[in-house]
Design a protein around this ligand. Structure first.
Ligand code: NAD
Length: 264
């Protein structure tokens, strides 16, 4: 439902050209927030995304192509948002990648990339966003962690380490801002069928010699008791709630949206 709870606010959603980030950007735009997109993708498609949001939700949009593994590019992006919008009011740290291998076979460059993109980037955006949020006396920082910030799974050492790390960063950010109108919380999704997970479905289907539909069923049956994928829109709904006044005393919390994964 279209609303105006975030009218006049600006939201940066990192990794918003696809999947969960795009779903969250859409939910925030529906509430009237201006959206700064970030992430990789085809230039024409990203332009279309910007203009379709602007038209559909009557919000301003912008895009910055910062590679979230590169602190200097993150600094340029935050300066760009400062110039264009006077800073970001809502910061959604969402960009992330995955690589699956046993520890002894885990490529060290993949470890470094996952820690940089899934964890360190959130430190950089947060340290650069806080001064303006403090000056404007309002801010919402939402870190997209994962159930893998709460529990482990084999073959995901870097991802699980980064996601546990971002939950730690969430707590410290929340404590350091506890007496301000800025909150920081984490969302911990279970399986969401995005390109990041589709790759894992395809690999499983190929290894087991089964269809992708069967591979999806096996993945869900292993971990997610509901037997259903979480959707980006459901995560967007929670992000909107975390931006509301009702959530202003939620500080440093990790909220799992996981079809029962962590209840087991
Ligand atoms: P996705 O692959 O659909 O989207 C990832 C986004 O991050 C894309 O926009 C991509 O361009 C961007 N990105 C990747 N590397 C980048 C970089 N170096 N610099 C800038 N942008 C970069 O994946 P998704 O499933 O939507 O994942 C989004 C977040 O949600 C990730 O942090 C992921 O760990 C987390 N998550 C996903 C699931 C799931 O089941 N899909 C579950 C829990 C958590």
């Amino acid at each position: 439902m279209q609303g105006n709870t975030l009218k006049g606010k600006t939201a940066l959603v990192t990794g918003s050209t696809s999947g969960i980030g795009l779903g969250i950007a859409r939910s925030l735009a529906i509430q009237g927030a201006n959206i700064v997109f970030n992430g990789f993708g085809d230039a024409k498609e990203i332009e279309n995304l910007q203009s379709s949001f602007a038209k559909e939700f009557s919000v301003q949009t912008a895009y910055h192509n910062a590679d979230m593994s590169k602190p200097a590019e993150i600094e340029s992006m935050m300066a760009f948002i400062g110039d264009k919008f006077g800073g970001t009011d809502v910061l959604v740290n969402n960009a992330g990648i995955q690589h699956v291998a046993n520890i002894e076979d885990f490529p060290t460059d993949k470890w470094d990339a996952i820690i940089a993109i899934n964890l360190s980037s959130a430190f950089h955006t947060t340290r650069l966003a806080l001064p303006t949020m403090k000056a404007k006396k309002w801010g919402r920082i939402i870190n997209i962690a994962s159930v893998h910030g709460l529990v482990g799974s084999v073959q995901k050492s870097a991802y699980v380490a980064a996601k546990h790390g971002i939950i730690g960063l969430t707590k410290v950010t929340a404590l350091e801002t506890a007496q301000t109108p800025i909150t920081c919380n984490a969302i911990c999704p279970g399986w969401v069928l995005t390109p990041l997970v589709q790759k894992q479905v395809d690999v499983r289907a190929e290894i087991a010699g089964i269809s992708t539909e069967d591979a999806k069923r096996v993945m869900l049956a292993e971990k997610q008791p509901s037997g259903e994928f979480v959707t980006p829109d459901q995560l967007g709904g929670l992000a909107v709630f975390l931006c509301s006044d009702a959530a202003s005393q939620m500080r440093g919390v990790s909220l799992n949206v996981d079809g029962g994964w962590v209840a087991q």
